[in-house]
Write a protein that binds this ligand. Structure first.
Ligand SMILES: [Zn+2]
Length: 263
């Protein structure tokens, strides 16, 4: 597999309902960093309470699209929740919350905690802390699905956003997700960008393998004399397109920090 970060092979993902409980409203912010755009998830039973996960960017009519989806589901928004604070997920949160007079819940504001259960009208979301991509990343377990934010993406692999994101935490989080897929019969991952994943165990285990392989490559590059993150990127991520090179550099810095910690 290539060293692709958030780049996808195609723009075939357009969002929409993926189960009785979850629908994706795709935000109009496609870019090399965001794949097809940010996935805003509306979660809850038809006709009941729902939550909006990651309202995405401000503008572009995205808030109207979210509200149209809520109305189509004859739902009532009880809360807005965030998988993490990166701006492509969170920018529109406060304004939408004001409009709807509902709270915004996030790990960084301490309004989400490990194992919290959020009622979504006939179902519940359970909070699973998964730091690593960022320090405030969480996933949400919904029956046999997990909403993964940027911890696992629908295509390619994600980045560890050094210095806030830490590789040691990311590896632990991927291991926790792998265990959960194996033990809890998880059948779908609903990511923060890109299409739904229907073979969660394989993808999470690939993420783990990929991270460890990259770590070995970085270790070898350093042993071979690479003296800076930029030189390591030149060697290990030679095929990364220029527009996502900063992502490669951030992840290399996270890997160098990890190697320094564990040496
Ligand atoms: Zn992110």
């Amino acid at each position: 597999m290539s060293g692709r970060f958030l780049m996808g092979d195609s723009n075939s993902w357009t969002g929409g309902a993926v189960s009785a409980l979850a629908a994706c409203v795709l935000a109009p912010n496609a870019s090399p960093w965001t794949l097809d755009g940010t996935n805003t998830w509306v979660v809850g039973e038809l006709g009941g309470a729902c939550v909006v996960i990651d309202p995405g960017p401000l503008g572009g009519g995205h808030d109207a699209a979210i509200l149209a989806e809520v109305e189509e589901r004859r739902s009532r928004v009880a809360a807005i929740v965030l998988t993490h604070g990166h701006i492509d997920h969170s920018e529109g949160a406060d304004e939408l919350a004001r409009r709807l007079s509902v709270p915004v819940r996030s790990w960084s504001s301490r309004t989400l905690a490990d194992s919290d259960r959020i009622d979504v009208g006939g179902a519940e979301l359970r909070v699973l802390p998964t730091p690593g991509h960022s320090s405030d990343s969480v996933c949400f377990v919904l029956d046999d699905a997990i909403l993964t934010g940027d911890t696992v993406l629908g295509r390619g692999t994600s980045l560890v956003a050094h210095p806030d994101g830490r590789l040691s935490e990311y590896l632990d989080s991927l291991q926790a997700l792998s265990r959960m897929c194996a033990e809890s019969g998880i059948r779908q991952l609903l990511p923060g960008h890109g299409p739904v994943i229907d073979d969660p165990q394989r993808v999470v285990d690939y993420y783990l393998r990929h991270r460890l392989e990259r770590l070995e490559q970085v270790r070898a590059a350093v042993a071979g004399g690479a003296a800076s993150a930029g030189e390591v990127v030149d060697l290990v991520y030679a095929d990364v397109p220029p527009e996502v090179r900063p992502a490669a550099e951030a992840t290399v810095m996270a890997q160098l920090a990890y190697l320094a910690e564990s040496s």
